[in-house]
Structure formats: C-alpha cells, structure tokens
Design a protein around this ligand. Structure first.
Ligand code: SF4
Ligand code: SF4
Length: 186
C-alpha cells in the first residue's frame, strides 16, 4: 500500500487549509486560551486517512506501539485518546492532528440560504461577529464539505468511512504499523 504517498497528499491538503486558517486568525479569530472543550466532545467522528500523517510520525519516532495500545484500549465513544487534559499541552500531537480537529472552529458549513456559516463553538462565533461585516462577507471561506471531498479524492475508501475518532486513530496506527514494518523488513 502507498502509505507514504497518501500521507504526503493529506499533508498537502492540511497545508492549504492552514493557509486559510491563518487568514482567519489574522482577523482575530483565536481559540480561548487553554481551551480544549471540543476535544472533550463525545461522538466526534473522523476518517482513517486524516490520521495517517500522525501515525507515520509516531512510527518514525518509535512511539507507534505505545499509542496503538492506548488507542486499542480506548472506549471508541470516549473523548479523543490523544488528549491530556491535565497537561499544559493538551493535544500532545497538535501539529499532526486530523482534518476534523483543524476544521472545527475555522471552517464553514453552507446554510439553507446558501451562505457560509462558521462551524464553531459559541466563543469563536462571538469573536467572528466582531469581524467587520464587509470583511466577513468577502472572505474566502474554507468549506467543510470541500475538504471532506478532497480526502475522498485522495483515497475513496480511507477518506470516506467515518468512525468514532478513537477508532479512526487506532485504524491509522494499525495500518501504518503493519505496512511500514513490512517495508522496513523487506
Ligand atoms: S474551537 Fe472553541 S471549544 Fe474548541 S478549543 Fe477553540 S475555543 Fe475551545
Ligand atoms: S487529535 Fe488533538 S486536536 Fe484532535 S481531538 Fe484529539 S486532542 Fe483534540
């Protein structure tokens, strides 16, 4: 399986999304300091594909097995296994987080009226209302469904099946562990 190629394509999508997010941040859209409430949410779903970069990173750093064990034991419906609420750095793998983690708060859903609506918590929605109307309305908006479709474009199977986030992370770790170990051994 072309794990490294898929990982690179997902990283390219993330890089473009981060550019859009930077534009929103430059308008003052920042998370509440120290907040990780959305990571605590139950029922967050994600694809295996979006966690391949994280899994490859953990394989290369020699931490994949320990994280695979944690993810395997985690309740699929529980908050994200990566989260360490007691730590100063609650998402210890923030740079490698998945698409859903990047989109929430900094992307848009298209409303029934055809207008983009920020997909975010109340705190960020309030901050967004402070952005001048003219700027808000002419914004180039990262749309959730566009990014979801781009994942499907990278791999129709791995990018389209949604699982509870802990299951998606576990599947990505298992897959990368299996294929990269085989590659290393050959
Ligand atoms: S998106 Fe909202 S809930 Fe999530 S970390 Fe940012 S401020 Fe907190
Ligand atoms: S990977 Fe990080 S940002 Fe995403 S839900 Fe888990 S703790 Fe939160």
């Amino acid at each position: 399986m072309r794990i490294l190629e898929l990982k690179k394509q997902v990283e390219d999508i993330f890089a473009q999304l981060e550019d859009h997010i930077d534009r929103l941040r430059s308008m003052g859209l920042f998370c509440k300091e120290g907040c990780f409430d959305c990571c605590m949410g139950k029922g967050v779903e994600a694809t295996t594909l979006e966690f391949l970069p994280m899994a490859v990173f953990l394989f290369n750093s020699g931490e994949l097995l320990s994280w695979e064990k944690k993810a395997r034991k985690a309740d699929p419906e529980a908050p994200c296994v990566i989260l360490r609420p007691e730590s100063d750095n609650p998402c210890s793998l923030y740079e490698k987080r998945g698409l859903v983690c990047r989109l929430f708060g900094f992307s848009f859903l298209i409303g029934k009226d055809g207008r983009p609506q920020l997909w975010a918590c109340g705190y960020l929605k309030d901050r967004f209302r402070l952005v001048p109307k003219g700027v808000r309305e002419n914004l180039f908006s990262p749309v959730v469904t566009h990014y979801s479709l781009r994942l499907i474009g990278v791999d129709p199977e791995l990018g389209s099946k949604y699982y509870p986030i802990n299951t998606a992370i576990h599947k990505a770790l298992q897959m990368v562990g299996f294929f990269l170990s085989l590659k290393k051994a050959s």
